[in-house]
Design a protein around this ligand. Structure first.
Ligand code: ATP
Ligand code: MG
Ligand code: FE
Length: 338
């Protein structure tokens, strides 16, 4: 089974070909980070324009690197949402054009299902599993009892973890994207500044990062007003410690409560060195639960993860028609009925 994945939900134009849902044959990612950097974040109009310019080139490159042609492809899997509507549309329309022109079945994929399935490119999934999804737009705990079944048991009530990282980085005058910058700085400092941890109600698996973000901003402003200096590396370390503490504690608690066999880390913030090491240490203590962490290249947006998720949906019989439309607010439960 050879599936082509297409991903254009944000600022990466990506096409990949995956064999049998597990093996990457080619994986091309054209990043636009340099074009958005001077604006301090992703500018939707610029993102769409770049996708238009790049998509044909990236499609051809993915075929060339895999040494296959469209005749060899069994299905096209495309990110239908969530994401920026103008960006999603480029990928969806490219997928429909290729599917129609070559008579290839089309499968729609939820972007977060893709992030979770990035893990299947490393190891087989064992159920029931729990995925900690931490990305630019999402922070959630997703329970899966089988392939293609997704149940969100907790999610952020305000900012996503990646969003908080990017905003804190901006306060510290660090370039976009801020996550990797804060991560690097955090390792040079010490978590000596007292910052809040949003545990929310007893037993809740929801998250909240806006209070923490505001506390960081207030700490910086108060220090400026008093003429004091705060070491940015200490602030980064303290912020990162707070984020990781809540993420890891809730993940461990949920994994125990739900009798989980495997925990999968997913999303762009999964690239965070601090999170990877604290999570690894926590699950080393729990012998019955396997922790899977994708390599850095599969944490941030890519199309191999979309092809991996799409392969499973295709085998379950899901087919998207040529009337498929981008949906910026797509719910992950679309996959639950296939
Ligand atoms: P979503 O997947 O929710 O639609 P997205 O696709 O924009 O959002 P991703 O590409 O999955 O998000 O992840 C990007 C986010 O990951 C950014 O917020 C970025 O700062 C963050 N990030 C990347 N590397 C690190 C790191 N080492 N530490 C913390 N955050 C990181
Ligand atoms: Mg991105
Ligand atoms: Fe993403």
């Amino acid at each position: 089974l050879l599936v082509m994945g297409i991903e254009t939900s944000c600022d990466e134009t990506a096409v990949s070909i995956v064999r049998n849902g597990r093996e990457i044959v080619s994986n091309i990612v054209a990043s636009q980070i340099d074009s958005h950097k001077r604006f301090g974040g992703v500018v939707p109009e610029i993102a769409s324009r770049h996708h238009v310019e790049q998509i044909t080139i990236v499609l051809e490159e993915a075929l060339k690197e895999a040494k296959v042609s469209y005749e060899d492809i069994d299905a096209i899997a495309v990110t239908q949402g969530p994401g920026l509507v103008g960006a999603l549309l480029i990928g969806v329309n490219a997928a429909k054009a290729v599917a129609f022109a070559h008579g290839i079945p089309l499968v729609s994929v939820h972007h977060i299902a893709g992030h979770i399935y990035a893990n299947r490119l490393i190891t087989e999934m064992s159920f029931p599993l729990l995925s900690l999804v931490v990305s630019g737009g999402h922070t959630e705990l997703v329970y899966m009892k089988e392939h293609g079944h997704f149940e969100v048991i907790g999610e952020t009530r305000d900012d996503a973890a990646g969003e908080a990282y990017d905003k804190v980085a901006r306060t510290l005058h660090l370039p976009y994207p801020g996550g990797p910058q804060i991560d690097r700085l955090a390792h040079e400092g010490e978590a000596v500044i007292d910052l809040p941890r949003a545990w929310l109600e007893d037993g809740s698996y929801d998250f909240s990062f806006s209070g923490l973000k505001s506390a960081v901003i207030n700490t910086v402003h108060n220090a400026e007003q008093r003429g004091e200096t705060i070491k940015p590396e200490d602030l980064a370390a303290s912020f990162q410690a707070s984020v990781i503490d809540v993420l890891v504690t809730k993940t461990v608690r949920a994994a125990k409560e739900y009798g989980i066999k495997q925990v999968l880390l997913a999303g762009g913030v999964a690239a965070n060195k601090g999170l990877r090491s604290v999570l690894t240490a926590a699950f080393n203590e729990l012998e019955d639960i396997e922790l899977v962490i994708p390599p850095l290249k599969l944490c941030t947006d890519n199309a191999a993860m979309i092809a991996a998720a799409g392969s499973v949906m295709f085998e379950k019989g899901q087919r998207a028609g040529l009337a498929l439309n981008a949906n910026p607010g797509l719910d992950i439960s679309i996959h639950n009925y296939v």
